[in-house]
Design a protein around this ligand. Structure first.
Ligand SMILES: [Zn+2]
Length: 116
C-alpha cells in the first residue's frame, strides 16, 4: 500500500492526530481492498496487515472492522469452525461472494508495483 518507507516511517514517527487519521485510513482501505477479494476475519487481517508492515493491535483492529460495518461498508456473520467462533466480514453489497472461504490473507502479493 504505502510503498514509500519514508512516508510510512514519517507517519509513525510524527504521530500527529492528522497523520494517525491518514494511517488508520490507509489500514481501512487495505481492509476493504481484501474484503473485495473475499471474506476476511480479524486475525487473518492482522497478519496480512503485519505482512505489509502495518502495526495494529486487536484492540484497534476490531473496533475498526466494527466501524466499517456500522458505516455500511462491511457486513459480518459468525462463523463456527469446530469449537471456535469467529466473526467473518464480507463486503456489504448485493454481490458478496458468500460461497468463498475466508481469506487467509495470502492473496496479496508483495510486488514492487503493487500499491495495495
Ligand atoms: Zn494485502
Amino acid at each position: 500500500m504505502v510503498r514509500s518507507p519514508v512516508l510510512k516511517s514519517k507517519l509513525v514517527r510524527d504521530n500527529k492526530a492528522e497523520d494517525r487519521d491518514l494511517y488508520s485510513g490507509l489500514i481501512r482501505l487495505h481492509v476493504l481492498h481484501h474484503a473485495v477479494e473475499g471474506p476476511i476475519f480479524g486475525l487473518g487481517m492482522m497478519e496480512e496487515l503485519a505482512r505489509h508492515d502495518y502495526r495494529i493491535s486487536p484492540g484497534s483492529l476490531y473496533p475498526l472492522l466494527q466501524g466499517l460495518e456500522k458505516k455500511g461498508y462491511l457486513r459480518s456473520t459468525e462463523d463456527r469452525n469446530g469449537k471456535s467462533l469467529r466473526r467473518v466480514y464480507v463486503l456489504a453489497s448485493d454481490r458478496t461472494q458468500t460461497a468463498r472461504q475466508p481469506n487467509s490473507g495470502t492473496s496479496c502479493p508483495r510486488g514492487r508495483n503493487r500499491r495495495f
